[in-house]
Design a protein around this ligand. Structure first.
Ligand code: PLP
Length: 304
């Protein structure tokens, strides 16, 4: 169960957690269009700091733009509201969930004339795929469900409705005893996990899915930068599931998943079946950066 905090920001006001309610005829609840973000605040040496806040707020507005949703607040207001919500809940480390949804008022597919409402909730959230997964790697399964066509899903947007597809994949993987699903794209190439991007390492070269069927992850971007700084060649190039089977290493990236090693795909051990040296190095660099232990990456932190 989710661990309650004190306050949730709703349309400009902080309200008590238990009062953060919507009407059952809220448009988004019926037709699936709501855009959201997942952001993390880490307790750094110099105090709590939100990781890559500006990039997350930008993507929030970009997602809304793709769907012609007009958020009734400026980027600065949303940035301030996020900082304010974390502070109001006296959180040192938390997950932050801004959501823009089509409110109560009209029904039918067209939402013209409806209000766009915004909420920001925060709560404590540890390792998304478990502490053991983060440390020792997870077991994944290629899903029988695929990611939507690029003209069906506008994958640059982070949208609630896309998670229907993710839930089908996750349910299947979990029912079969796996930790996570890897979805392929409409052409059969590896796309991403249910809410995280994927990387493989083969012969010292790092590969990740190009920006086609995937969400442009901010953690993906962070890892690409950290890898380049460490002198690795990073290619945004599509690859097949069997290339994952024979890769030296594989890992997932996401704000929730952070950097989670993949030790097995479809019953095949990936590499040594434990986090490899490149994964460990990048995971370490990632945690140094998010926890404010790397001066070079201070620019990614917004202290409360
Ligand atoms: C949010 C999300 C990710 C990860 O993105 P981050 O910015 O790294 O958190 C990857 N794929 C999907 C489908 C997502 O919704």
């Amino acid at each position: 169960m989710i661990e309650k905090t004190d306050k949730i920001w709703m349309d400009g006001k902080l309200v008590a957690w238990d009062d953060a309610k919507v009407h059952v005829l809220t448009h988004s609840l019926h037709y699936g269009l709501a855009i959201f973000e997942g952001i993390r605040c880490y307790n750094c040496k110099k105090g709590p700091a939100i990781f890559r806040l500006n990039e997350h707020v930008k993507r929030f507005f970009d997602s809304a733009h793709i769907f012609n949703m007009e958020i009734p607040h400026s980027r600065e207001e949303i940035t301030e509201a996020i900082l304010k919500t974390v502070k109001a809940n006296r959180m040192k480390e938390c997950y932050i969930r801004p959501l823009a949804y089509i409110g109560y008022g009209v029904m039918g597919v067209s939402s013209a004339g409806s209000s766009i409402n915004v909420s920001i909730a925060v709560w404590p959230w540890g390792a998304y795929l478990g502490e053991d997964g983060l440390k020792n790697g997870i077991r994944a399964k290629t899903s029988s469900f695929i990611r939507g066509h690029v003209n069906s899903n506008m994958s640059m947007a982070k949208v609630s409705g896309y998670y229907v597809n993710s839930q089908l994949a996750k349910q299947e993987a979990v029912a079969l005893g796996y930790d996570e699903a890897i979805l392929l794209d409409t052409e059969g190439y590896v796309s991403e996990a249910t809410g995280a991007n994927i990387f493989i390492v083969r012969g010292g070269v790092i590969k990740t899915t190009p920006l086609t069927s995937i969400l442009e992850g901010i953690t993906r971007n962070t890892i690409m930068e950290l890898a380049k700084e460490s002198g690795y060649e990073v290619r945004e190039e599509r690859f097949t599931r069997d290339e994952v089977y024979i890769a030296d290493e594989a890992f997932l990236t996401g704000t929730a998943a952070e950097v989670t090693p993949v030790k097995e795909l479809d019953g095949r051990t990936v590499g040594q079946g434990k986090p490899g040296p490149v994964t460990k190095k990048l995971q370490d660099a990632f945690f140094q950066a998010v926890k404010g232990k790397s001066r070079k990456h201070e620019r990614w932190l917004s202290y409360l």
